[in-house]
Write a protein that binds this ligand. Sequence first.
Ligand SMILES: C[S@@+](CC[C@H](N)C(=O)[O-])C[C@H]1O[C@@H](n2cnc3c(N)ncnc32)[C@H](O)[C@@H]1O
Length: 237
Amino acid sequence: MGHKKLVKFQAIETYRNVLQHPENMPGNWGTVYGNDNPITLELACGKGEYSVGLGRVHANRNFLGVDIKGNRIYTGAKTALEENLTNVAYLRTHISHITKYFNAGEVEEIWIIFPDPFLKKESNRLTHPRYLYLYEQILKPGARINLKTDSKELYDFTLETIESQGCTIHENIADIYGKGLATGPLAIQTFYEKMHLADGRTIYFVSFSLPEGGVKLTGRFNKTAQSGTENEADNNE
Ligand SMILES: C[S@@+](CC[C@H](N)C(=O)[O-])C[C@H]1O[C@@H](n2cnc3c(N)ncnc32)[C@H](O)[C@@H]1O
């Protein structure tokens, strides 16, 4: 590991707003935030700009950036500490383990911001039904899941998944900037978004909620869900 990365990993060990693979979290988030306000997740948060940006304007809501890469989480966590944003924290874990950390209904909204599109492996996409099934177990009924991406493949895949699962679409914007709709939370720009904009890429957004009848899983994902076992190796960064 390079020196800079090592320094960041050492720093987050000492940050009170970073939890790395913690135990006994369901129902205990009040000990992190000092209140029981509802929690919004920023999945694949990288440097965590959405948690900081939303945390600045919504003092009565709690925000949690989630990523496996500790050196990226470092940036958002440091900013939140410097700005005394006590409603912003970060969780270092693989997102396939997300149900370990919350009780049913403990999460009020999910943002998925420029996740890796995993062009060769659909099941790794954070809007694949296997992930929607996990989100369903921790979200309040009717809660929104918001995806912002530069990947047309991931956007199309998500729309197909939404349709086949019978999800409800609340907003669907095929070109946020082209339509002049980068306002409110959509105006927050992350590290990857800035890179994609510099490359002239189109940015897509879709906001949806899960079907009342439940997310349907097929094949091996259904078997995994039934047995409750997940075999996902974390990487170390
Ligand atoms: C392309 S980056 C985007 C980061 C940030 N949202 C941004 O827009 O700048 C994708 C991030 O997702 C994280 N990631 C992808 N799949 C993940 C998973 N299953 N669990 C945890 N983190 C994941 C990666 O570590 C990486 O930081």
